[in-house]
Design a protein around this ligand. Structure first.
Ligand code: FES
Length: 503
């Protein structure tokens, strides 16, 4: 008998099985509900569960042969999987000529984020998503954000080479893991697609990124780049196609292009906003005729940086707060507060008039008293923290205002607001509206889609037809440089205020 430990909604259940069945079948036999929109064919990737300490696996194609510890999606993750399924474009499976390089071809889609790297292994015979892995970006030791990495690459002797080396090492480690996991050789990995922000793609190809940080912010390349596995010394077939997805500008990268292109058109959704909120808020407004996009320098507050007790969305971070209770990622003792928790706390302060319209905080607000925190010090919000959040929320709100005006629309004309990226998964939409980060006019229109950059990279891996979708999107997309826009300064100043609202 094989023992499986299943974590589900704060409980751990132990299952004994004889194996010889897919993980999905075993979970179902034991009463667990799993979302399977493709009916267990291995093609939609939505039946994924997490294997503790490993990564996500596609439960309908994973056969149980040894003991495992499984974590099922929580309510919010399950909802995101459903939304992803509803709103993701369907493309015919046609991985292209490199799939003929092997009898058992596999491909890997990669989302190169500033903080984390996400890898997707796809079987290019069946189209099934076999495994997903996420690891921290090892470049973080040379700078937490893109600007500090650009400085490192430009100012340190050998800096650019070092940044490329560490990312390639990390990619190779994951390719090795995938080969072992799937029981294939490295020569059976025949296609790799890479999405990510413009700086990450420059660093991957060892192209000097300095021009991204200096006015007029012109990257060295934005077009799609194709190289071979052997050019980057990757642990895959030497002739494999490595496709680097195209970007739009210095701060609207391939991650946004992939994400936007992955969204399925719908008759009941004429105009929609796409928001990827982080240190840079990348925003796009798509109408039936065209797309307008921009990037706002929101600052690092939403990622918990430059906040007195701030931290990233990792174990120990307070991720939600409702005035009485807080929740901590990993359910342990709190060590700090991440962006979503910060927004909840500030929404509580605004709603209860502990912060006034100008953002003045009466006194430092203690979220967690000293005796409940990890380091014996209180976790609090200071006046400066409020100021950082004001800068972030007004930059994003001003960016949205300008896109809506440029499109000749009103807020009422927007049919949906898609939140991309990890922050969108955690954020409480009501709190975001209460602090003015997202307009209350978008109530009931907000949909978190998870890692759309990764979704787009997987579509590019599975279908050459997705390339055409991407090229069409690029042709009809216009980029607006907000720093040169007449209305930005005024819009930014107007959105600094907090206004209590009823939802
Ligand atoms: S149910 Fe679609 S991949 Fe498993």
């Amino acid at each position: 008998m094989i023992e499986l430990k299943v974590h589900h909604q704060d409980e751990i259940k132990t299952i004994k099985t004889e194996g010889n069945a897919s993980l999905l079948e075993i979970l179902r036999e034991n009463g667990f509900e799993i979302f399977t929109p493709c009916g267990g064919n291995g093609t939609c990737g939505k039946c994924k569960v997490w294997q503790k300490g490993e990564g996500s696996i596609t439960s309908c194609v994973h056969y149980v042969t040894e003991p495992m510890e499984i974590i099922l999606p929580d309510k919010k993750e399950a909802q995101i999987l459903v939304e992803q399924h509803i709103h993701t474009l369907s493309v015919p499976f046609s991985p292209g000529p490199s799939s003929f390089l092997s009898y058992l071809p596999h491909g890997v889609a990669i989302d190169l984020g500033t903080t984390s790297l996400v890898f997707y292994l796809v079987n290019l015979v069946t189209g099934s998503l076999v495994e997903t892995r996420a690891v921290l970006n090892p470049q973080a030791q040379y700078g937490g954000d893109v600007i500090s990495r650009i400085s490192y690459a430009s100012e340190k002797e050998g800096g650019l080479l070092k940044l490329q080396e560490v990312i390639l090492t990390s990619i190779n480690e994951q390719l090795d893991h995938f080969a072992e996991f799937a029981g294939i050789t490295k020569d059976e990995i025949v296609k790799i697609t890479v999405s990510g922000n413009t700086t990450m793609l420059h660093l991957l190809l060892r192209v000097d990124p300095l021009s991204i940080a200096l006015a007029p912010f012109k990257p060295s390349f934005t077009d799609e780049q194709i190289v071979k596995g052997k050019n980057l010394n990757l642990h895959c077939h030497a002739e494999s196609e490595i496709k680097i997805m195209p970007s739009i500008s210095a701060y609207v990268g391939a991650d946004i292009v992939s994400g936007l292109a992955s969204i399925k058109p719908a008759d009941d959704r004429k105009n929609y906003l796409f928001m990827d909120l982080g240190t840079n808020g990348e925003l796009a407004l798509a109408t039936q005729e065209s797309t307008i996009c921009c990037a706002t320098a929101a600052g690092p507050a939403l990622e918990g940086a430059r906040i007195s007790c701030g931290m990233g969305a990792m174990e120990g971070a307070i991720s939600t707060y409702n005035g009485n209770e807080y929740s901590v990622i990993g359910d342990g003792v709190p060590t700090g507060i991440c962006g979503s928790g910060l927004i909840d706390v500030i929404a509580h302060l605004v709603q209860n008039k502990l912060v006034d319209g100008d953002g003045l905080l009466e006194e430092e607000f203690v979220v967690v008293p000293a005796d409940e925190s990890d380091n014996g010090k209180p976790i609090s919000i200071t006046q400066q923290d409020i100021r950082e959040v004001q800068l972030a929320k007004s930059a994003i709100a001003a960016g949205v205002n300008i896109l809506v005006k440029e499109a000749g629309l009103s807020f009422d004309d927007i049919d949906a607001v898609f939140l991309a990226g990890g922050f969108g998964n955690y954020i409480n939409a009501e709190s975001a509206m209460k602090i003015g980060l997202i307009s209350p006019k978008f109530k009931n229109k907000i949909i978190a889609l998870g890692n759309t950059s990764g979704t787009g990279a997987v579509l590019a891996l599975k279908s050459t037809q997705f390339d055409g979708v991407v090229q069409d999107l690029l042709k009809q997309t216009r980029y607006i440089e907000l720093s040169g826009h007449d209305d930005f300064t005024l819009d930014f100043a107007m959105n600094m205020m907090f206004e209590p609202i009823e939802l």
